[in-house]
Design a protein around this ligand. Structure first.
Ligand SMILES: C[S@@+](CC[C@H](N)C(=O)[O-])C[C@H]1O[C@@H](n2cnc3c(N)ncnc32)[C@H](O)[C@@H]1O
Length: 244
């Protein structure tokens, strides 16, 4: 194959090879298109280099693909960090931005949004119970705003497995993949940053330069922030907090 053709087919981002579980997981959990392979590489980096204590925190779990990838990487790298997350389990319709909010899912009038999100939430519970029965995530059915409100008030949480818990530590790695509007991305970033340990990481989904999401607009702003250093873009951005 000529060099120029090889270049076209070569991936422009780094991925993890030789991990049979990661190969299998895409066919096991709903939502393959939701998790960029480059994110997995960055998650692996963050998990290997994050501070020794603290929690791993996720906003936006959907059916559990990213959650189970991170749980797997925690085990693989022998990290004992508690995994905490939140999802509002909101159905985001293709036409919602036009102000027309339908009660059913796109293209299927006999399936309500309520039924759909309850199916996705159940898929999350099933996937974590099957793949990480001894390391189930402390993921709560809450919006990210409600989650931080509860955290700031030092309240107890109840996760989707009906376990109550409280958080005694700061965040060592935060993955933000919830509402991708500029306003909510900024809010989520600021909330996670306020609880992030120095040397901790934030991975912001859909922040790649070529994308047109609020999250990619927001990343331009964060580049000016001297408390954060860009570790990599692959193509989404991994940032490290370098000072308070
Ligand atoms: C792109 S999906 C997450 C995909 C998941 N991280 C994965 O890789 O499988 C976005 C999720 O964010 C949730 N979400 C949207 N707005 C939210 C909010 N304000 N707070 C918490 N979760 C939210 C949605 O319910 C949806 O499940």
């Amino acid at each position: 194959m000529k060099k120029s053709i090889q270049r076209i087919f070569r991936k422009k981002y780094k991925t993890i090879h030789d991990d049979s579980f990661l190969k299998r997981i895409k066919a096991t959990i709903i939502g393959e298109g939701m998790l960029h392979e480059g994110n997995i590489y960055l998650m692996d980096y963050a998990i290997r280099h994050m501070p020794d204590d603290g929690i791993v925190f996720e906003i936006g779990s959907y059916a559990g693909l990213s959650t189970n990838v991170m749980l797997h990487l925690l085990t693989k790298h022998d990290k004992k960090h508690m995994f905490v997350g939140c999802d509002a389990w909101i159905y985001e319709g293709f036409k919602d931005h036009t102000g027309i909010i339908e009660t059913h899912i796109d293209g299927k009038v006999d399936v309500t949004r309520k039924e759909y999100v309850s199916y996705i939430k159940q898929a999350f519970v099933n996937a974590a119970s099957l793949l990480h029965p001894n390391k189930k995530p402390h993921t709560c059915h809450l919006t990210s705003d409600a989650f931080f409100e509860q955290w700031n008030a030092n309240n107890e949480f109840t996760d989707v497995f009906d376990r109550t818990f409280s958080i005694q530590q700061e965040i060592s790695f935060g993955y933000i993949d919830g509402d991708h509007s500029y306003e909510q991305t900024k809010k989520d970033f600021e909330n996670v940053a306020s609880k992030l340990k120095v040397n901790g990481f934030i991975l912001l989904d859909d922040s790649a330069k070529h994308l047109h999401f609020g999250s990619s607009d927001f990343i331009q702003e964060i580049q000016q922030h001297d408390a954060f250093k860009i570790i990599a873009h692959n193509p989404n951005y991994l940032l490290q907090k370098v000072k308070e």
